[in-house]
Design a protein around this ligand. Structure first.
Ligand code: G3P
Ligand code: CA
Length: 266
C-alpha cells in the first residue's frame, strides 16, 4: 500500500465541535490533523469570515444573509450553542467558552495555523466567488500576503491551498498568485475531464466521495495526469479505509480523530 492520505479537518473537528469555530480548529490541531478546511465569505464591510451558509440562521443565534451584515454584528452572535445537546454527540464534549465560539475571521484562523506549534496546512474554499467581481479572491490573497503565504519562493510551498467549485475563482487565484496550489471541487466530473485531466493551471482534483465510490478508476486517472486527489466529505470508517485502498491523497472529514485512528496515524 502506498502513502497514507493526509487528514483534513472539515470545518475543524466539526463532528463534535460547532463548525468553523476556534474550538473546532484547536481540537483538530490537538488530535493531529494534517490540515484544516474552511469556507470563506465576505461581510458587508469587507472582512472574510469562515462560514459555510449564505444565511447565518443554522450556525448562530442570529438571522439573515451574511453578506448584508457587518463584522461587528456577526460578532454579537453565539456561533456555538446551536450544536447542543452535547451529550448526544460525545459524552466528553462540552460547550466551548464564549471566545471559542465567536464568528471566526480568516485572519484569526491564519494566525492559529501560524501559531500551531507544528506544520499544519490550510485548505480555504471560496464560496459563491463569482459575485463581487473578484473581491473575495483579492481579499484572500491580501490576507495571505500578510503571512508571506501567497507567493512561495521557488522550491518552497505555501501551507495554504485554495479550493472552489468555481473554475473562474481558481483562475483568479492563479492570476494573482501563480505559486499557490488550487483544488477544483467537483460534485460531478465534467465529460471532458473524466480522463483525469483538469483545467489548465489547477493543481489537484477535489471529487466528492460519491464520485470516487461510483467511479474508483477516477483516482488512478487523475494520478496519471499528475494530479493529487482530495476527497470530501469522508466520515464513515469504512469510507476512510476505502479511500486509503484507492490511494487518494487527502480525506476531508468532520472526524479527523477517527480518520487518524483508521489510518493508524494516531
Ligand atoms: O471540502 C470540500 C467540501 O467542503 C465542499 O462542500 O458544502 O461542505 O463546502 P461543502
Ligand atoms: Ca467547504
Amino acid at each position: 500500500m502506498g502513502k497514507l492520505p493526509s487528514v483534513v479537518a472539515h470545518r475543524g473537528a466539526s463532528a463534535v465541535n460547532p463548525e468553523h469555530t476556534l474550538a473546532a480548529y484547536r481540537r483538530a490541531i490537538e488530535v493531529g490533523a494534517d490540515a484544516l478546511e474552511c469556507d470563506v465569505r465576505l461581510t458587508a464591510d469587507g472582512h472574510l469570515v469562515c462560514v459555510h451558509d449564505r444565511r447565518i440562521d443554522r450556525t448562530s443565534n442570529g438571522r439573515g444573509v451574511l453578506s448584508t451584515m457587518r463584522l461587528a454584528e456577526l460578532e454579537s452572535y453565539d456561533w456555538g450553542s446551536w450544536k447542543q445537546p452535547w451529550a448526544d454527540l460525545d459524552e466528553d464534549a462540552e460547550l466551548p467558552q464564549l471566545d471559542m465560539r465567536k464568528v471566526l475571521t480568516l485572519e484569526t484562523l491564519l494566525a492559529t495555523v501560524r501559531d500551531a506549534g507544528r506544520p499544519v496546512q490550510l485548505a480555504i474554499e471560496t464560496k459563491h466567488p463569482t459575485r463581487y467581481a473578484g473581491l473575495v479572491e483579492r481579499r484572500l490573497i491580501e490576507a495571505l500576503e500578510r503571512y508571506g503565504w501567497a507567493h512561495p519562493k521557488v522550491g518552497t510551498e505555501s501551507p495554504v491551498r485554495v479550493m472552489s467549485f468555481s473554475w473562474l475563482s481558481l483562475r483568479r487565484i492563479r492570476t494573482a498568485a501563480p505559486g499557490l496550489r488550487t483544488v477544483l471541487l467537483m460534485d460531478r466530473v465534467p465529460l471532458r475531464f473524466r480522463d483525469g485531466s483538469l483545467p489548465t493551471g489547477v493543481s489537484y482534483a477535489g471529487p466528492s466521495l460519491e464520485i470516487v465510490t461510483a467511479h474508483p478508476e477516477y483516482v488512478d486517472r487523475a494520478h496519471k495526469h499528475g494530479h493529487q486527489v482530495h476527497v470530501w466529505t469522508v466520515n464513515a470508517e469504512t469510507d476512510i479505509g476505502r479511500c486509503r485502498e484507492l490511494g487518494v491523497d487527502a480525506v476531508i472529514t468532520d472526524r479527523p480523530d477517527a480518520a487518524l485512528r483508521v489510518l493508524g496515524m494516531d
